[in-house]
Design a protein around this ligand. Structure first.
Ligand SMILES: Cc1cc2nc3c(=O)[nH]c(=O)nc-3n(C[C@H](O)[C@H](O)[C@H](O)COP(=O)(O)OP(=O)(O)OC[C@H]3O[C@@H](n4cnc5c(N)ncnc54)[C@H](O)[C@@H]3O)c2cc1C
Length: 360
């Protein structure tokens, strides 16, 4: 089988590139290792009372004003945003578990959330692609350069298959490219070095989502924002839906990857005790709790991502950029120089890749 452009990875970057190629009637194929689209964008339905559900964003929750690509895309698809709830005081817990509820400060005021969860966006993009151009549960394992273009080996439930493409776009975290795909001939050493040195944004993090009957903290004049030096959650935010009704909080887990306290059942137990300390007794009585540990997810993280650092300066290094001449391009958010790491960066990287495909 042959295609002009082969795209590996149906996260936001790969999907938006596929959409642009489809709009231009280009020949392309988008292959995704998971059995779902969205990559790090993951919204899970959480069940509550009386069949009432709410959506938990277990990957990204926020976009910000000034991120024009994502704002435009959401608008085009008719997807609404709403402001992060930020009225009221922040709760602070020190190392000894002493709690203060008098801090007039909001950590995420002005940020925006997507109604019904961010995965609505990636689902909508996927449904607009012809089914035959989007292959779920197909993992790229080997890329061989040929006299003309590339041969790509894909693993799927029933075995392996090969296809041929003139150009290949790797819309997946650079470290996964370096660690999980065999290249023939091998990628040049400077490229391998740069791919391995590029942290996958947020890959070492875990998120815990807690669904309550109502956002009870708001009655106490609290915003749902919390900072804790004791943990296991280090940073907590209101994650309730836009409409009045159920309430939800989510927290970023502040424990090292692999520590016994990060194991799911222990984590939930300790987190509910913490939420009770910080937000009062109803904090210990949720309708549902969801945990997503991205560090354990082989389609996002590598062991090198276990250490969470500061937001790096992302972009395409000269060694990686040089591969475009041979028709091998990179398009994940980590390749974006302005908004690298963010969902806006995934769109920035895919737009830059489209321009390169068109000019090459
Ligand atoms: C916990 C968390 C919180 C975050 N919070 C925010 C936030 O609030 N705001 C924000 O802007 N950003 C946030 N981010 C970052 C945001 O999720 C990313 O910027 C964005 O989703 C990256 O999209 P992408 O398409 O570049 O990569 P990905 O979403 O990683 O997509 C890559 C795709 O490639 C697939 N893949 C991997 N290997 C292969 C293979 N061998 N073959 C085929 N397919 C493969 C993967 O399954 C995946 O679907 C957060 C991320 C996490 C994890």
């Amino acid at each position: 089988m042959h295609t002009d452009v082969f795209i590996a990875g149906a996260g936001l970057a790969g999907l938006s590139l596929a959409r642009a190629l489809h709009d231009k009637r280009g020949s392309f194929l988008l292959a995704e290792a998971r059995n779902r689209v969205g990559g790090r964008i993951l919204s899970i339905e959480s069940a509550g009372d009386n069949q009432e559900t709410t959506v938990a964003d277990m990957g990204p929750s926020w976009i910000w004003p000034g991120q024009t690509r994502i704002a435009t895309l959401l608008d085009q698809l008719g997807i609404k945003v709403f402001e992060q709830y930020s009225s009221g005081r922040l709760v602070y817990e020190d190392e000894r578990g002493q709690v203060r509820r008098d801090l007039d400060y909001s950590t995420m005021a002005g940020s925006l959330r997507v109604r019904d969860g961010l995965a609505r966006l990636t689902r909508e993009l996927a449904t607009r692609l012809p089914a035959e151009n989007l292959w779920l549960s197909h993992r790229v394992v080997c890329i061989r350069q040929q006299a003309q273009g590339y041969q790509i080996d894909l693993e799927h439930a029933a075995g392996r298959l090969q296809l041929h493409a003139n150009q290949v776009v790797l819309a997946m975290p650079p470290r996964l490219v370096a660690e999980r795909i065999d290249f023939d001939p091998p990628l040049p050493q400077p490229v391998m070095r740069d791919l391995r040195a590029t942290p996958t944004w947020m890959a070492g993090h875990a998120k815990l989502f807690v669904h309550y009957q109502r956002p009870f903290w708001r009655d106490m004049g609290l915003s749902g924002d919390g900072i804790s030096r004791l943990g296991p959650l280090m940073e907590i935010h209101d994650a309730s839906p836009a409409e009045p009704g159920p309430g939800a909080l989510f927290g970023f887990v502040g424990l090292p990857v692999g520590s016994p306290a990060r194991e799911s059942s222990r984590l939930v137990e300790d987190a509910l005790k913490q939420l009770e300390r910080m937000f009062g007794p109803p904090g210990a009585n949720p309708l549902d709790v969801i945990v997503k540990d991205w560090a354990e997810d082989i389609d996002t993280a590598t062991p090198a991502d276990n250490a969470n650092g500061h937001h790096p300066q992302y972009g395409v290094s000269p060694a990686i950029a040089a591969l475009a001449q041979r028709g091998l391009l990179f398009a994940s958010t980590e390749m974006a120089s302005q908004f690298g790491g963010f969902v806006e960066g995934a769109l920035e990287a895919s737009q830059a890749t489209l321009q390169q495909l068109e000019s090459g």
